[in-house]
Design a protein around this ligand. Structure first.
Ligand code: ADP
Ligand code: DP6
Ligand code: CO
Length: 361
């Protein structure tokens, strides 16, 4: 290769929001392909505050694939990164940048290496689904760079092989991950239920209780649950299938009371199976429990519920208010019960729909 030719670098940057499950995925039937033991439904968040930005670059000057996460180099040797890279590379097609005289033929991609730089604008590995935004963004940006001609359904199945929850971040609005039946995972994909405009009165507020990295990753937590919990099978086979049907109906009808009942119950059951794991996994802390009590008490004092809560694999609360009035009241309550600089480490709130960040820490 001529030296001149070796100098070019081709780059693509993409941004992908995170998503929070209202009916949770917890447990795999295939660890390598990442196939779930139940369907799940999530809400993709406003990308302004909780998102991943990933830049992927290719150059003949690169002699190996490398990745930096939040400014620190990480190893790409793990199966998940390799699976995503392999699946995208296998679908690469010709790329041409006429202005710069760069031409990459389909077959060249096998011998070209990529450099990846990714940033999360919210806490990583703290239970706010960084793996979802992260792997969705990785797959999406690589697909753009390599001119992959696949629809979002197929890309979701590739992102799923990076992190299960990532498949749902390829779409906005409410999204369902269909667990599928096939052994090769071909039908285990995300499908959009309704877009972000369907229920746009909802306001999402994230209470960052603790932004430290969690002790048990989602991957190892759910593996231990499947291996040791006596309740998980009942949840996956009996409870979740019914909830999925009811939740889809509640979303279609914008039925906030049913939506709240199902969302809160599913979050609580997910944390119950974590507690039923041996050794038990505690993702929530005292502040999380106090937030639950506060919302439950308020909802019960009103004719209809005002706020749904859900907690992923971490202590941070995702609060979904029925409209802007309820959201404002919720913020007032949070500030009253968890004043800034109190003994709790609750430190910031993000309003999901209109991108207001209120740091009370
Ligand atoms: P979370 O609750 O934040 O999703 P997980 O335990 O599921 O926590 O996953 C955290 C892991 O996801 C990180 O340790 C890292 O391996 C991966 N991850 C997080 N952000 C990114 C990113 N932007 N790009 C690629 N991988 C990421
Ligand atoms: C509690 O998708 O992070 O957030 O597939 O092993 O990467 P891996 O796990 P991950 O698990 C998410 C669990 C959850 C619920 C959900 O997002 O559905
Ligand atoms: Co995750």
């Amino acid at each position: 290769m001529a030296e001149e030719f070796q100098k070019w670098v081709l780059m693509v940057t993409a941004q992908t929001p995170t998503n929070i499950a209202v009916i949770k995925y917890w447990g795999k039937r295939d660890e390598n392909l990442i196939l779930a033991i139940n369907d799940s439904i999530s809400l993709t968040l406003d990308p302004t505050h909780l998102c991943t930005t990933t830049t992927v670059a290719v150059s003949p000057a690169f002699n190996q694939d490398r990745m930096w996460l939040n400014g620190k180099e990480i190893s790409l040797s793990g199966g998940r990164y390799q699976n995503c890279l392999r699946e995208i590379r296998a679908r690469a097609s010709d790329v041409e940048d006429k202005n710069r005289g760069i031409k990459i033929a389909k077959k060249d991609w096998e011998n070209l290496h990529v450099h990846i730089a990714s940033y999360n604008n919210f806490p990583t590995a703290a239970g706010l689904a960084s793996s979802a935004a992260g792997f969705a963004c990785l797959v999406y940006s690589l697909a753009k760079l390599m001119n992959v001609q696949e629809d979002n359904g197929k890309l979701s199945a590739i992102a799923r092989q990076g992190s299960g929850s990532a498949c749902r971040s390829l779409y906005g609005g409410f999204v369902k991950w269909v667990m599928g039946k096939e052994e090769n995972g071909s039908d285990s994909i995300a499908v959009p239920l309704v877009d972000e405009k369907h229920w746009d009165e909802l306001v999402i507020i994230i209470s960052v209780v603790c932004s430290r990295q969690k002790e048990t990753s989602s991957t190892s937590g759910m593996r231990e649950t499947v291996e040791t919990s006596a309740l998980i099978e009942h949840r996956a086979k009996e409870v979740v299938p019914k909830r999925i049907i009811q939740m889809e109906e509640a979303i279609q009808k914008r039925d906030f009371a049913t939506f709240t009942r199902l969302t809160c119950a599913d979050s609580n059951q997910f944390h119950a199976v974590c507690l039923d794991t041996s050794p038990p996994i505690f993702y929530m802390n005292d502040t999380s429990h106090r937030i639950i009590s506060c919302v439950e008490k308020w909802n019960r004092s009103e004719a209809t519920p005002q706020v749904a809560y859900t907690f992923d694999a971490g202590p941070n609360a995702v609060l979904i208010a029925r409209n802007r009035t309820s959201a404002a009241l919720l913020l007032q309550r949070l500030l009253f019960y968890f004043p800034p600089n109190s003994e709790t480490d609750l430190n910031s709130y993000v309003i999901g729909d209109k991108s207001i960040l209120k740091d009370v820490g």
